[in-house]
Design a protein around this ligand. Structure first.
Ligand SMILES: C=CC1=C(C)c2cc3[nH]c(cc4nc(cc5[nH]c(cc1n2)c(C)c5CCC(=O)O)C(CCC(=O)O)=C4C)c(C)c3C=C
Ligand SMILES: [Fe+2]
Length: 426
């Protein structure tokens, strides 16, 4: 994709920089690059590691799931609507550049004034775009501070952007939950994802700051038909029955907000991001037998097939008898969350494994950073999570420590900024 010259005045490719530096020394490379870049003469092949930034929907939802994630929630400090818009505009330009594997800002990491901080922090120099996607969403607190309207947005608050309720067993930590704006950066290289959050935080200085952030390694879902099913930290295949990019009917019915399905025109083509940090008691899990583990999940650990038989993609038969009850236990995870138990409601899951060191008692602080995209959390997440918290045998091994729901606006075209629909749709 070509970069819109009006939107970014400089076009410093991180990879080209490295190549040129290798050929003729860093100083020479930078001089030459500055000239070529400003003249718009840099011609690189369109790399397959770039995910288009513009589109009907934001990237990072149906995009084939990358392997790494850094997600951050920002709280907005400024109460000035125009300043907030300018922040979103600056973020849009920076995100566009980073998804193209370019440095951000006038001088990038190295070519700016010697007497000023560089406009790009530099740790992604030499790294390709790495299939980076950056997806943003708005929390309820951006619209209302309790009952007090913010930024003149109270009338734009979608009915569906609820406060998620407390679920049985929840141990939610406020300092790792909620937030005004969510930024989900996914890439195949963790350094590229971290570079995004760091640079957006830098651009936000004085206007917004990071409330919480989480790094995820190892995808726990498949989001395209050809993608292999990965394993989560319980060692089970995760994502088998996920909604995939090719299934446009399932996306229409469960993921994208439609005109008929919302009270807010600006959300049409958008979605809702549900985030839950779920600690997994893996030491307890590791002491349970294979049979117990499979009964908890409702699927075989080896192939991911349902306990009722077949292969990974065979639909589960919840009526098939076993010893003393259905062969797929009623309290198994798959039985509790299956769409057939929830009026057909499905979600596009896009979570990641996480490990945050250990907890001082010799146990790993590890688990699943659960992310799902749905068109209405009231129908597509809350009832399922409620059933899970009440009946799921997996609960014994889980603790939900963070929670968040965010309205993800639709995608944008060149010349627009992320979230523009919210501020400019009547
Ligand atoms: C409320 C939604 C869900 C939460 C929270 C959740 C947590 C969670 N899940 C696993 C492991 C697996 N989940 C699987 C399937 C699955 N999970 C949910 C929902 C939540 N999971 C759904 C809707 C489904 C699909 C059900 C279906 O359509 O059959 C599976 C099986 C493989 C698969 O289909 O992906 C596993 C394994 C963990 C470990 C976890 C919390 C840490
Ligand atoms: Fe699950």
């Amino acid at each position: 994709m070509r970069q819109d010259k009006e939107e970014t005045s400089v076009n410093l490719s991180r990879r080209l920089l490295l190549t040129a530096a290798g050929a003729g020394g860093a100083g020479l490379a930078l001089g030459a690059l500055g000239h070529l870049a400003y003249a718009g003469q840099v011609s690189e092949p369109a790399p397959s590691d770039q995910i288009p930034f513009y589109g009907e929907h934001q990237a990072g939802i149906v995009t084939e799931s990358q392997d790494r994630m850094h997600i951050a929630a920002f709280d907005v400090q400024t109460e000035d609507r125009q300043e907030l818009i300018e922040l979103l505009q600056a973020w849009t330009q920076a995100i566009l550049a980073m998804t193209q594997g370019q440095e951000i800002g006038e001088g990038g990491a190295l070519a700016g004034s010697y007497n000023a901080p560089p406009t790009d922090t530099g740790e992604a120099l030499g790294l390709p775009a790495s299939r980076l996607t950056v997806t943003i969403g708005f929390g309820r607190s951006l619209f209302l501070d309790g009952e007090t309207p913010r930024f003149g947005l109270a009338g734009k608050l979608p009915e569906a952007l609820i406060e998620l309720p407390h679920f049985r067993g929840d141990m939610i930590e406020a300092q790792r939950s909620y937030g005004d704006i969510i930024v989900q950066a996914c890439a195949d290289d963790p350094q590229v994802a971290v570079h995004v959050i760091r640079n957006l935080a830098r651009l936000a200085f004085g206007k917004a700051n990071v409330r919480w952030s989480q790094i995820g390694f190892g995808r726990t879902s498949k989001t395209t038909a050809q993608q292999s099913t990965p394993r989560n930290l319980f060692g089970f295949k995760d994502g088998t029955e996920n909604i995939v990019a090719e299934d446009s009917q399932a996306l229409e019915e469960n993921v994208w907000v439609t005109k008929e399905g919302t009270d807010q025109a600006w959300m049409v083509g958008g979605s809702y991001l549900v985030a839950r940090r779920i600690r997994m008691h893996i030491e307890t899990w590791d002491r349970s037998t294979l049979g117990e583990q499979e009964n908890v999940v409702g699927r075989l650990k080896s192939s991911g097939a349902p306990l009722s038989g077949g292969d990974e993609f065979t639909p589960p038969d919840f009526a098939m008898p076993g010893r003393g009850g259905p062969i797929i236990p009623k309290d198994s995870h798959v039985a509790v969350v299956h769409p057939s138990a929830h009026g057909g409601a499905r979600m596009l899951r896009r979570g990641f494994n996480y490990t945050d060191g250990s907890d001082g008692l010799g146990r790993l602080d590890a688990g699943l950073f659960f992310i799902a995209f749905v068109n209405d959390a009231r129908t597509h997440f809350v009832p399922i999570q409620r059933a899970m918290s009440a009946n799921d045998a997996m609960n014994e091994y889980l603790r939900h420590t963070s929670s968040g729901l965010y309205a993800v606006p639709p995608g944008i075209q060149a010349g627009q900024y992320l979230g523009q629909q919210l501020f400019e749709t009547v």
